[in-house]
Design a protein around this ligand. Structure first.
Ligand code: P6P
Length: 315
């Protein structure tokens, strides 16, 4: 049995970087425990506040953010925390050399219906500043709070999957996740089709045409409404996730956030052999203009992502 510490020692000589990942993994264990008890403790529901995204903050969003803040605040290697739940980047007292950008509880609108949600995080070097492209990430990962609790990690090599055991220890259950190049499964919120651009409309229409159309095969559509759940499925069996720029999200730059949703997920998907794009450029090359910048996200099986890029290339 390979533990998280065994894996980290094999993946990096930088013990400080390893400690940052351990702190995020420990945050996941705490958040998992809170989620299991939330309904019993009356913690499902909104707190009446609105976050910087203009979204109603749920009690569990705030609790999860506090858990991450507390864990990272105790780690001398962490210098700055960027969180979906906090307007500004927080300078930690320890002034460590790493930045953590996180969505502490992504998909929290699914909590009251017990659907898988997650904690997403990205690790960067303080020296590079707050606005670094995803290519500069030193590590990225997520914790998926589902039937099993999974920790998915990549430093610079393979993407590993850990499962939380009944002693709250992370056990390596997959040493090298790999996204199949081709797929017959796509994930997009089709209720937004009236807002889609020509590329998204053209691509989805080809999929819906199935074996009778240019794609030449039947597709299935899956949309959980929780990015961690959709991306984990793609990491495990292939597929493509699309939250493209559309006429409603265009003014904001997209729906999902670059630093703590798109970049870490792109780091993982590309590390597992998949592809991640805005439709027009590699997600990992985008130079952020702000810590809460939104961005279109299209990622997953490389052949499928290339089909979408071909639609965008038509102009
Ligand atoms: P929609 C959750 O709020 C989230 O940020 C992602 O986890 C998810 O993929 C997306 O929004 C769902 O968006 O438009 O289906 O509600």
């Amino acid at each position: 049995m390979t533990t998280l510490l065994d894996w980290l020692r094999a993946q990096t000589d930088d013990a400080d970087l390893g400690s940052v990942i351990v702190s995020m993994a420990a945050s996941g264990v705490e958040i998992a425990s809170v989620l299991r008890q939330a309904a019993i403790k009356g913690q499902i529901g909104v707190v009446g506040a609105v976050n910087v995204q203009g979204e109603a903050q749920k009690a569990l969003d705030v609790i999860s953010n506090d858990i991450v803040l507390n864990q990272l605040g105790q780690n001398p290697a962490v210098g700055i925390l960027i969180s979906e739940e906090m307007d500004e980047a927080v300078e930690m007292a320890n002034q460590g050399r790493f930045i953590v950008a996180t969505d502490p509880l992504d998909g929290s609108s699914n909590l009251d219906v017990n659907v898988t949600v997650g904690t997403i995080f990205s690790v960067l070097g303080v020296a590079g500043g707050l606005l670094q492209p995803g290519r500069a990430q030193l590590a990225a990962g997520y914790i998926a709070y589902g039937p099993a609790i999974n920790l998915v990690l990549r430093i610079s090599g393979d993407v590993a999957v850990f499962t939380l055991d009944d002693a709250d220890q992370w056990v390596l259950t997959q040493a090298k996740a790999s996204v199949p190049d081709s797929t017959a499964e796509y994930a997009i919120n089709t209720a937004r089709d009236r807002f889609w651009d020509a590329a998204t409309t053209g691509y989805v229409r080809e999929n819906v045409a199935g074996e009778t159309g240019p794609a030449g095969k039947r597709y299935n559509m899956r949309w959980v409404g929780s990015m961690v759940a959709d991306v984990h499925r793609i990491l495990m069996r292939g597929g493509i996730f699309l939250y493209p720029l559309d006429s409603e999200t265009r003014a904001k730059g997209g729906r999902l956030r670059l630093l703590y949703e798109a970049n870490p997920m792109a780091w993982l998907i590309e590390g597992a052999g998949g592809r991640a794009t805005t439709g027009r450029e590699s997600l990992l090359e985008v130079v952020p203009t702000g810590i809460h910048q939104r961005i279109p996200v299209i990622l997953g099986s490389s052949e499928e992502v290339k089909r979408v890029e071909a639609w965008y290339a038509r102009g």
